[in-house]
Design a protein. Sequence first.
Length: 134
Amino acid sequence: MKPIDPTAADFDELLSFLYVLYEDGFTPISRWRGGNENNEGVYVMPWPEYNRAVKTFFELAAKECWADFGYATKNIGNMIHDPQKVASATLPDIKTMLTWCVRGERFCDGHWAGVIQDGCIRNILLRLRTLRPS
């Protein structure tokens, strides 16, 4: 399957969140749910209830034009947590990092909040701003 390249409008959709997700006082998680015992005596693991902007951002980041279906075979951890590597990333690298960020919530509740609060998403968006087609 041939990868689909994002359009300028796709870039703009994601870039519009640079200031939303990093506005002073913004919190990615509205509240945590669960974390208690239910009526049957079963412990219910906690899960985050995300701010609507976070859900919308990750829905847009999950679009096919940003997807790297082979992301799991790449060593994203060394790249995504190194601001200098992100600052020089190619568009395929950015797709890999975005896919890792999007998919991480399936494996770890609170992952989306973590990549926002750690600045990973900010660094990706700053790089996207320079890669945006004119």
